[in-house]
Design a protein around this ligand. Structure first.
Ligand code: IPE
Ligand code: MG
Length: 161
């Protein structure tokens, strides 16, 4: 809803122009995002991949906030594809830490925005501390009635390696 953006969008900015061009009658109900290109984004700036992943988390934060304000019914983020599990151990570990940290830092805000958090795909091969964070967020937001935020994960054993 337009009023929901009042506090976060300043007059005369590109965001305001974008906002005013929205046809509110024709918004999609469900938006799904395949997250990709973090590494290339960083490489273009002469930075290590992890910097790209960090920027990716910021993009997620902005997408979740915007989706909820727009009143989307569902936002699905395809965060860890099969290909992601074949990466160097250090990078996979860093991505897992970032997922855990994202949930930890954002859960209050997600709950405040009445968002229902869930994962799709199997989570049972994720590190126990990541699973714990996922379960905590899922349980805490289970009765929320706003946007459904799904993080799509692929279990490595399903990956047919
Ligand atoms: C998306 O970016 C990463 C994840 C969703 C984990 P990539 O890490 O695939 O970056 P590129 O595609 O190599 O640039
Ligand atoms: Mg990629």
């Amino acid at each position: 809803m337009l009023a929901d953006f009042a506090a976060v969008v300043d007059k005369g900015t590109r965001d305001e122009a974008l906002l005013s061009s929205i046809d509110w009658e024709r918004l999609p109900r469900h938006v799904a995002v395949i997250m990709d290109g973090n590494g290339r984004w960083a490489a273009k700036r002469g930075q290590p991949r992890i910097i790209g992943h960090r920027a990716g988390v910021e993009a997620v934060r902005a997408s979740v906030d915007t989706g909820a304000r727009l009143g989307l019914k569902a936002l699905t983020l395809y965060a860890f594809s099969t290909e992601n599990w074949k990466r160097p151990r250090l990078e996979v570990d860093a991505l897992m830490r970032m997922l855990r940290r994202y949930i930890r830092l954002e859960l209050d805000e997600i709950d405040r925005q009445n968002i229902r958090f869930q994962t799709i795909g199997r989570t049972d091969s994720l590190a126990p501390n990541v699973q714990r964070e996922i379960n905590r967020a899922t349980e805490r937001t289970a009765s929320n009635t706003g946007m459904i935020l799904s993080v799509a994960l692929h279990k490595w054993r399903d990956a047919n390696l």
